[in-house]
Design a protein around this ligand. Sequence first.
Ligand SMILES: [Zn+2]
Length: 394
Amino acid sequence: LEKATLQQIKEQNRNLVFKIIRERLNTSRAEVARISHLTRTTVSDIVSGLICEGLVSEVGTGLSIGGKSPILLSLNADARHLIGLDLAYTRFSGAIVNLRGQIREMVSRPLYSYDSDNGLQVAYEIIDHLMQVSNRPLVGIGIGTPGLVSTKDGIVINAVNMEWRNFPLGKLLQDRYQLPVYVLNDCQASAIGEYTYGDNYPAVRNMIVIRVGHGIGAGIIMDGQIFQGDGGYAGEIGHVVRVQENGLPCRCGNAGCLETVASSGAVLQRARQLVRCGHTLWGSEPGEVTFETLEKAFQAGDPLLRPIILEAAHYMGMAIANLVGALNINKVILTGSMTGFGKPWLDVILETANRNMLPRLTQEISIEVGRLKDNEAILGATALLANNYSFLFK
Ligand SMILES: [Zn+2]
């Protein structure tokens, strides 16, 4: 064997051992050897290396099944930290995340202007702050951004809200911070986050995660991997699924897109129209109508707002039926600000989706709200880095 190949095999074995330890709360050398089909000696050597790197610790002894009690091994989740950013429409958030997806520090900044320079400055501010407070070796920076993204070269092809066109975000950050940077679409990041750190892993292999916020997009997990499509834009359902003939104009240039009827931007626009026509949203003071006012008014049972929200849910349900019908993926997770409308919103989605699907499909499908409390895109953006083990080792 050539030297390079031997080195590759060594790295593969090391990654396999590390993966087995990482996926379990704790384990023993014997169990790792059994699962990995590597020899006890090889596993012991690799584990010694991982302990020296600080990535793994011995954490006591387990139950004996005859013979000596095994020494338990566990991942040192805080041996390395990652920085994750979610560049959402009106607010950028960033966090320091450890190797188990636990958030150690969180910061967010509102976005007052949408020119490309301001967006970049706010992202810098957040990362500067996180770099300053970080007290562990940093693996890299993961960014979830709206719009079309070429992940392999870190270029934001087109983010309408930020006026970013062919914007080399990855390279700018890499040059400034001297760390590996991953840039990916926020919905794809959300999908990776839910898949990696939600409760479904690893039993489920396929999953659709739909982010329903100011924009709408899906991240599709197939056989445990994010599916990006030929150009990297898979899941752009906010503008691909046309729901209305002669519908409202959309920011993408078309009309009647799903985003014009089912997004938080769409319901905000309709609620503001109500207010302009003299309606006072229940439980709110006169003044600017924000998404928070809508949530409050909806919970208070505002009779004019209710049908607006439920109609948005209806269109979402139709879009999900189409997507599930095309892909035959049974697990659908919803994230994003619209999930704030809770059970009534979700119920209409379920009912509409079921009514528009093949009866055979409705029995198997599960549609639910994500469990990561708006942090799923940040966690997903860092999970991609954390899963590339070559970044973890010196
Ligand atoms: Zn559109």
